[in-house]
Design a protein around this ligand. Structure first.
Ligand code: KG4
Ligand code: ZN
Length: 345
């Protein structure tokens, strides 16, 4: 049935999954490290790498046992080779190399962002190329035109924080713990989205780039003023963030060729309010809308295995055993650097 083993270890999720050519997720296991990082309010790279090293091998053994298959039965082993926290990426990539060598199975080096970008096609067989993709996670915030496997045109990126990072920082300011996105979404449901006046950074600016640093600072000021309930701050923050996303997508549509579908992926795509706003936006513009189920939005190994399947189907090259882990790995290598952009790929 054409099985690919996917391995994901680029941030704080250790995951392994077996995905068949026909899109069946045959087995998957995932271990979050939230508890290990929570006392620090963010992911500590050294702690993450050590946890991946402890958990990954038994997890791979587990999914093979769950599915009742042997390594030699696999069509390929697909591992995230970047971008991400380099210690964790190395744990996953080196494990994949060793297994590939021992079982004589080809190795695929997957770009974590391509895993997110193609994940909607794992969930939605009807989704064809091209599509307009909003990729919103803890480390990345981009609008891309996805023209095919490995064919991406970046239309916009963030000049400072990613959207997931803005959620995490808002959660930290409001004392909601880590990771912050789901906690802010929950609290926002009980709040008034127009109670707190907050800015919409870069709204109406000519290029469709994002900026969230100013919004975070305004959230901090609103919180320190003592004038607003935490739920109202959460709801107003979420509304401001969604307004920014919609404004920037409008600009991206105006400045590029049309796309039949709008697609959202990455951790923030798990947010119901964000999904609802995007669905309405797509309907206004006569576009289809596709979003993976929430468990495929946040980091997971099924999306890495699926990107491997897509690469196998397009005859992509296998990775050499000396393939290096890449802390940075932009999807569109021709995209211009953006003024003010920090470490984002
Ligand atoms: O894709 P992901 O799991 O990891 C990265 O590659 O970054 O995304 C994690 C990010 C975190 O910033 C987290 O707070 C955010 O996605 N996130 C959410 C929600 N679930 C996860 N943000 C808003 N609402 C959510 N429900
Ligand atoms: Zn991710």
């Amino acid at each position: 049935m054409g099985l690919v083993l996917g391995i994901e270890s680029s941030c704080d999720e250790t995951a392994a999954a077996l995905v068949a050519h026909d899109r069946t997720i045959v087995a998957q296991r995932i271990a979050s490290q939230d508890e290990a990082h929570a006392p620090y309010g963010g992911v500590v790279p050294e702690i993450a790498a050590r946890a991946h090293a402890e958990r990954l091998a038994p997890m791979i053994e587990g999914v093979l046992t769950d599915a009742g298959v042997a390594l030699a039965d696999l069509d390929a082993i697909a591992a995230t080779a970047g971008p991400g926290l380099i210690g964790g990426v190395m744990v996953g990539l080196v494990s994949a190399k060793a297994l590939a060598m021992a079982a004589n199975v080809p190795l695929l080096a997957i770009n974590h962002l391509e895993g997110h970008a193609l994940s909607p096609r794992l969930a939605d067989p009807a989704l064809g190329f091209p599509y307009l993709l909003l990729l919103v996670s803890g480390g990345h915030c981009q609008i891309l035109r996805v023209e095919g496997v490995g064919e991406f045109r970046r239309l916009a990126t963030t000049i400072d924080d990613a959207l997931g990072e803005a959620y995490d920082k808002t959660a930290k300011i409001l004392g909601l713990g880590f990771p912050g996105g789901p906690a802010v979404e929950r609290l926002a449901r009980a709040g008034d989205p127009v109670a707190v006046p907050l800015p919409r950074p870069l709204k109406s600016s000519a290029e469709p780039h994002f900026s969230f640093a100013g919004l975070k600072s305004a959230v901090l000021r609103a919180h320190k003023s003592g004038r607003y309930a935490a739920a109202d701050i959460a709801a107003s923050f979420q509304q401001a963030a969604i307004d920014c996303v919609i404004d920037r997508l409008d600009r991206a549509l105006e400045s590029g060729p049309s796309c039949p579908a709008l697609v959202v992926a990455g951790g923030v795509a798990a947010n119901a309010a964000v999904r609802a706003a995007l669905e309405a936006f797509a309907a206004r513009h006569g576009m289809a809308f596709s979003a993976p189920p929430p468990a495929l939005c946040t980091d997971n190994a099924a999306m890495i295995a699926w990107a491997g399947q897509e690469r196998l189907a397009t005859g992509a090259e296998f990775a050499p055993l000396d393939m290096a882990a890449r802390p940075r790995w932009p999807l569109d290598p021709h995209a211009e650097p953006v003024r003010g952009a920090g470490y984002k790929a």
